[in-house]
Design a protein. Structure first.
Length: 160
């Protein structure tokens, strides 16, 4: 079972306990779910921009020297500042372009593999690069969306 489903299941299972001091009723549960969904959606947008910026920076500079890690970009960088950095890095390319999507996939999987041994991470990222070359835009979009969703859930959990 994917981690996102596990976390989401835990959120729905534990939601009633989050309002222990209040009487749990369908309306308050509905509100909790709505609030979670809104927070998650907003975080997903910021995570996607951070991933694209990180991947863009790597592509343009060849390394991550002078660049905050993705976690710092997500948790500590203002969303407007982050968005402007991405726009500047992309230059003439648009945020919805396939090139920006490729940057996002690179950034997202870099974050997902950060805990791995350097050699293993390098091998995984080589596989990601091959997949980027082989997949069509629609498949890339699905992969990026799933990766960003997983990241957002992890960062939501770390903020609790």
């Amino acid at each position: 079972m994917p981690i996102s489903r596990i976390i989401l299941s835990l959120v729905f299972i534990s939601a009633p306990f989050l309002v222990a001091a209040e009487e749990v009723n369908p309306k308050s549960q509905e509100e909790l779910v709505k609030n979670f969904a809104e927070i998650h959606q907003n975080l997903m947008a910021k995570v996607a921009v951070a991933d694209m910026y990180y991947g863009c920076h790597l592509a343009k500079h060849g390394d991550d020297k002078g660049l905050d890690d993705i976690e710092t970009l997500i948790l500590k960088t203002d969303k407007d500042t982050l968005g402007q950095k991405l726009i500047n890095c992309l230059g003439d390319d648009k945020i919805g372009s396939e090139k920006a999507l490729n940057f996002g996939i690179t950034g997202c999987f870099t974050d997902q593999t950060k805990h791995m041994d350097v050699k293993v991470q390098s091998e995984k990222m080589a596989q990601v690069a091959k997949a980027i070359d082989a997949l069509g835009k629609e498949e890339k979009q699905k992969s990026f969306t799933q990766c960003v969703n997983n990241q957002a859930l992890i960062y939501l959990q770390s903020q609790e």
